[in-house]
Structures are given as structure tokens and as C-alpha cells.
Design a protein around this ligand. Sequence first.
Ligand code: GLN
Length: 295
Amino acid sequence: MKTSPANIRELLGRAETKLVESGVPNARRNAEWMLCHTLGWSVLDLYMHATDAIDATHIETYWECVERRASREPLQYILGNTEFMSFPFEVQPGVFVPRPETEVLVEHAEARLRGIPLHRELSVLDLCCGSGIIGVSLARRVPNLRVTSVDISRDAVMLTRHNANINGVSTRVRVAKCDALTFMTPRAPCYTAILCNPPYIATGELAALPREVREHEPVAALDGGADGLDFYRRLIPTLAAKLQQGGFVMFEIGDTQGPAVGELLRSAGFGGVEVIQDLSGRDRVVTAREVPLNG
Ligand code: GLN
């Protein structure tokens, strides 16, 4: 910046202009949230102290955030945290950013788990756990639940452990660094539910994603192969052997993938296939239940 801004209002105005010029959606809000983060203030504080001067160190720290956001780094990576199911989660570059759509999966999984008789030990396997949101938030919502979270990325595993800690559920969330398919060996125990938000974007569609996603998020968490279905195709045949009697599976999907993933589940012997929509009415989750061989 050529000249120092006179006060908070002017600093926010300059940040907003820079973010608008860089095509950042919701620029004003982004400018405010990053300044709150820098100062440890609330948005209300910013407006109550709009004409206060601001010291050079804070300006410098804040402007680094603004420049990162102007280069279209996701806001959550800059702030270092987000909320999912109203619970706090840390996020960091290199690990997939939690999406609000995934809350649909958690809500439906919770409702299904609550329908299971209380005397049963409930266990969930969360494959491709990323920052741990699915398993950790379910452990918070369902007190008698034990969770195993698995991810191939070391950063994701460490972040999931940390998020289980800050949410007070680390004694019920076990985290393993492992490829999901390798984890499904015949000797692995059986679970009440297997949940997964795998990479499901078709390779050819990656280039059309927002810059935040395509330039900053790990491609391994997004790329689902030629039609986006690679992961479902490989994983689904291994699931039935790992489910307790009456157990269920639940996948997040892309909005056109419901019929294909449903068919993969039916071919693998699952019943009760259901496609569930997110809040914008798009297909987002597929679920199915284990069908006993003699039933
Ligand atoms: N929903 C994500 C996105 O829009 C993709 C999630 C995934 O591949 N698991 O970028």
C-alpha cells in the first residue's frame, strides 16, 4: 500500500476494492472476516471502531491475508478454521475444505443411527475423512458412537486427530492413515455404517471449477477419474463384508451421479437404495442398506 489507511473504515474499503478487482465473490464480507481474524474482533467491533486508527503491524498482517485471498486462496485456509454442523473445525492448505452440502449426509446418517436400538454398540467408518468433519460431528451428536476415520493423506489424518481433540471426542474417534481400499481388508472389523465423501469430480470437469478449488485444494480429494465414479466402482464391492447386520452405507455424490451409484450398490447386493437432495434440491447423497443373504 502506498499510503497508510487513516482508520479501520478506510482499510476495509481498500481491501474490498482489491478483492472485487480480483473477482472474489462476497468481497466486503471476506474483507471483514479477515480483519476480524487479524484483530481478534467481531464484525460489530469493526463498525463500533470504524474511525479508530490501526497500527502498522496489524495492517501488514491483514494485508498479507488480503493478498492471499486476492490470489483466490480459499478464505477457510486463511482463517484456519470453519464451522460444520455448528461445530468448530480447523482447516489447513493441503486438506479438502469442508462444504456445507456434506451436512446433509451427516444429518441423515444421524437419523438412521438414532433408529437403531440403544443396546447395540454403534460404530461408523468414515472413509476419505479429510479434516474429519463427518466422523467427528457424528461422534459429538451421537454419544454412544465409536468412529474410525481413514484417509490416505498424512496431513488429513493429523488434522482429523486435532479436530477430534478440540471437539472433545478423541477417545471415541480412532484415526488411521491408510488408503480406503487397503483398509477394507477381510480382517477389518464390521461397522454399523460406512460413510464416505470420496473424490467424485470427472477429470475433464476439474478445469471448470472455481479458482479457489482448482488452484488451491488437493486434486486427490476431487478427481474421481474419467466419469467421476472410479472410487465408487472400486469401493462398493468391498463394503458388504464390512457391515454389521442391518447396517447401512452413505455416500456423498455429484448431482448427476445418483442413478449410477445407486446401480453400483444394487449390483453389489444392497437394498433400500435412496437418493437424497441437498438444500438447493440437487441430488447429493446416496444411501443403501445391507440385505441379509438368506433374507
Ligand atoms: N463438492 C465438491 C466440490 O464442489 C467436490 C467434492 C468431492 O469431490 N468429494 O468441489
